[in-house]
Ligand binder design. Structure first.
Ligand code: SF4
Ligand code: SF4
Length: 292
């Protein structure tokens, strides 16, 4: 299968807690021959529902960090003066770098006359290739206080595409990060279709408008689905009207149902439960798969 024939759906939300991952897991069950990609690398949780069996693990490196070699350090203290990020520590005799504070700018490395500061690549997390009951999956996690989640998202997408090409899968389904920051941009650019999951609240409406503006900026075709619509039907209508006027299509509604929580507790996708909400999700998937 050629790269440019593979379709990619990303499921987004303006903020966390809208049910995005539960819906993505259900799509994973309903889709035939799809590679799954968990692009929510800051708080990955698709694996909780799809219980992947990890086949490969790879370290993820991004940027660099300063490390002082105490055997080479002469204790001149110059690095402490030049670090703009206050990442150098001393007890008056020894000097060391606080790895959380170090931004990897390399200034101390340049100024250290004793060449006592190493500057290796920083390991920021790892990405995994796994098998699940719904097909192959690429997922990742970022280390504590590690940055550059956008680059890790790009790595997950790149590996998912490679897997789809190798295994002749025509579709990639990505669980995108919430919000509108760098990892969202990394998960959105160049996809075939974005589905934005929102909920009927004023903050949901506000967050939706920000995501739709972002998708428009990247010229990504976008559809919207209101989850838990029956909690506030009037607001659900208002959100759908706002989505339509912003140029996005509506792909049905999903009701609030306790079966969603039951599914999470049983580590199942919602469509693996016998519940009315599962039918709602099936209808949404029917529409989405036609658009893909
Ligand atoms: S500049 Fe180099 S030699 Fe001076 S205190 Fe820092 S690490 Fe040690
Ligand atoms: S690399 Fe930059 S941020 Fe890190 S300790 Fe050196 S000067 Fe500070």
């Amino acid at each position: 299968m050629k790269k440019d024939t593979i379709r990619e759906l990303v499921v987004l939300s303006g903020k966390g807690g809208t049910g995005k991952t539960s819906i993505t897991a259900s799509f994973a069950v309903l889709a035939e021959h799809a590679v799954l990609a968990d692009c929510d690398v800051d708080a990955a949780d698709l694996h909780l529902l799809l219980t992947p069996h990890v086949e490969q693990r790879h370290d993820f490196f991004s940027g660099r960090e300063a490390i002082i070699d105490p055997l080479e350090c002469t204790g001149c203290g110059l690095c402490l003066d030049v670090c703009r990020f206050d990442a150098l520590r001393t007890n008056g005799t020894d000097y060391w770098v606080d790895p959380v504070g170090c931004e990897g700018c390399g200034v101390c490395v340049r100024f250290c006359a004793a060449k006592a500061i190493d500057f290796p690549e920083r390991q920021c997390g790892e990405w995994m290739q796994s098998t699940t009951r719904c097909g192959p999956m690429v997922h990742a996690h970022l280390g504590v206080a590690a940055e550059n989640s956008g680059k890790l998202v790009a790595t997950v997408r790149e590996q998912a595409l490679k897997l789809a090409v190798d295994r002749q899968f025509p579709l990639i389904i990505s669980d995108g990060p919430p919000g509108i920051g760098c990892p969202v941009i990394a998960s959105l650019s160049g996809v075939s279709l974005a589905l934005v999951i929102t909920e009927p609240s004023l903050s949901g409406l506000h967050d939706l408008q920000r995501v739709l503006a972002l998708a428009r900026h990247f010229s990504v075709p976008t559809v919207v689905c209101v989850n838990k619509w029956n909690i506030n039907p009037r607001l659900a209508e208002r959100i759908e009207a706002a989505a339509l006027s912003a140029g996005a299509a509506i792909t049905g509604r999903i009701r609030y149902d306790r079966a969603v929580t039951q599914a999470q507790l049983q580590r199942k996708a919602v469509v693996e439960m016998d519940a009315a909400v599962a039918d709602d999700i099936r209808l949404v998937w029917q529409q989405i798969s036609q658009m893909l």
